[in-house]
Write a protein that binds this ligand. Structure first.
Ligand SMILES: Cc1cc2nc3c(=O)[nH]c(=O)nc-3n(C[C@H](O)[C@H](O)[C@H](O)COP(=O)(O)OP(=O)(O)OC[C@H]3O[C@@H](n4cnc5c(N)ncnc54)[C@H](O)[C@@H]3O)c2cc1C
Length: 428
């Protein structure tokens, strides 16, 4: 609770400071209790997990985009989630949403993370940040065309995000891909890299330079929708060291896109992209602690079954991880609560992401320490009887460095916290 009161009501009397009246100017009570609606939703999701997922279902992070069979299963679940109105529940009803509250969505994301429900992100971008960005900046035609597609859980609703380039990652404004107007089309040339799910996506949400002569680089950038079936697009796989095919490099050679695919104002893309990145970073929070909680619960069970729980070092490490996961939950809930009070979070998604990244790293290390040699088994061999917890701990160990890079590295997130949270001057 934050409580402020005017200093004029503080009276000095006989050497003591006495507060005459405590008259709160701004009393903000944070109440994280779920209501009946939210708890009913939680129960329904747990029923769904029992009905639709094989018993003991547990997935390694980020694996569903890699193998065709996993992707097909994920997309079949996406359709079922869509039928229940859960996939894009917080969107307006007219675009395939349910107009659900932020708290309902938080419960959904928490359960999705905990149970590892596949298909919930459909290649990540569309559900989590392209859709919400289109709601804010898209034309009516764009909203009518793209939002119901995403909400349907069908393959045409799968998106990828084209921000990063070989010389532009943290230095996002340094992108070189150009989209130059020719009549009623943009002609796009350039290369994107680390494009998650580009091999699955129907559409790309791309950042491109529309004014190469802008006085400052970020003043010449726009956001455009690109049809991945367009001529001139080449998608090459980049298989990561876990053996997953998540990333791609995407080459765009004279790709022609109708000008109506521009989202928002030309050359004002930078400001929109900052909002989209906020959605992206924010989307990490709730799902990440949900998943972390599941891995922790699995490790606790493993420690019980194997007798390892008797080792005080292991007990303490598990207790530390439990404290951290609970703290991550509180941070995510605080961000959601602020949003529910119409406060636009600025540094909070960065804070939540950095903290989740730290928690994920510690959990992965604790997990490998507890499981010893078993944790060395490749998550791709998840069905082997020697692969404990379906390779999730090993998967987490391989993937935590990437998690702390995706959506903005932890150093960049800390810069944002320093500037907007701590009000320190911008660094160069
Ligand atoms: C799992 C995963 C999924 C991804 N998916 C996508 C995707 O779908 N689409 C997409 O466009 N991109 C994607 N990316 C790419 C990601 O956005 C970039 O890797 C990220 O922005 C960092 O850029 P970079 O790799 O060029 O590293 P660089 O920006 O070159 O950074 C290298 C190092 O320098 C540090 N550094 C850089 N600048 C500063 C600074 N100002 N202050 C302090 N430290 C600094 C960084 O923190 C980092 O440690 C993904 C990455 C990962 C790991």
């Amino acid at each position: 609770m934050v409580c402020k009161f005017p200093t004029s009501l503080i009276h000095k009397q006989k050497g003591f400071i006495r507060i005459k009246h405590i008259l709160p100017l701004k009393v903000l009570k944070m109440d994280f209790r779920s209501g009946e609606k939210e708890e009913t939703l939680r129960k329904e999701i747990r029923e769904f997990v029992k009905e639709e997922l094989p018993s003991g279902w547990l997935t390694a992070m980020l694996e569903e985009e890699s193998r065709d069979e996993d992707w097909a299963f994920a997309m079949s679940i996406a359709k079922k989630l869509s039928k229940r109105g859960w996939l894009t529940m917080s969107w307006p009803k007219e675009y395939g949403g349910k107009g659900a509250s932020l708290w309902e969505q938080a419960i959904y994301l928490e359960e999705v993370g905990y149970w590892g429900i596949p298909g919930t992100s459909m290649g990540v971008s569309g559900v989590a940040w392209v859709g919400p960005s289109l709601v804010l900046f898209g034309t009516d035609e764009q909203k009518e065309k793209y939002l119901p597609q995403i909400a349907s859980g069908e393959p045409d609703g799968v998106w990828c995000t084209g921000y990063s380039e070989p010389d532009a990652g943290s230095d996002f404004a340094n992108i070189r891909t150009t989209a130059i107007r020719e009549g009623d089309e943009y002609v796009i040339n350039g290369q994107k890299i680390w494009t998650s799910a580009a091999h699955r996506a129907r559409w790309m949400w791309i950042a491109a330079v529309t004014d190469p002569d802008a006085p400052k680089k970020h003043q010449g950038i726009s956001t455009i929708v690109v049809d991945m079936k367009s001529e001139g697009i080449t998608v090459n796989p980049l298989v990561n060291y876990t053996g997953y095919h998540i990333f791609n490099e995407v080459f765009l050679d004279e790709v022609r896109v109708p000008c109506e695919n521009l989202v928002g104002e030309e050359n004002k893309g930078w400001y929109q992209l900052m909002r989209s990145l906020g959605y992206e970073r924010g989307s990490v929070g709730v799902g990440a602690f949900g998943y972390g909680k599941r891995i922790l619960d699995e490790l606790i069970m493993y420690a019980r079954e194997t007798g390892l729980f008797q080792n005080p070092e292991i007990r303490h490490k598990l207790a530390d991880r439990a404290i951290e996961i609970e703290t991550a939950k509180m941070l995510a809930y605080q961000t959601i609560w602020k949003m529910s009070k119409n406060v636009i979070p600025v540094y909070e998604p960065s804070r939540d992401k950095v903290f989740n990244d730290i928690v994920t790293e510690r959990l992965a290390i604790t997990g490998t320490e507890i499981m010893g040699a078993y944790s060395q088994l490749d998550p791709l061999n998840r069905d082997s009887r020697w692969t404990k917890l379906k390779g999730c701990v090993e998967g987490l160990y391989w993937l935590f460095p990437g998690i702390s890079i995706a959506a903005g590295t932890d150093e960049i997130e800390r810069n944002i916290i320093a500037q907007f949270g701590l009000k320190l001057p911008k660094s160069y």
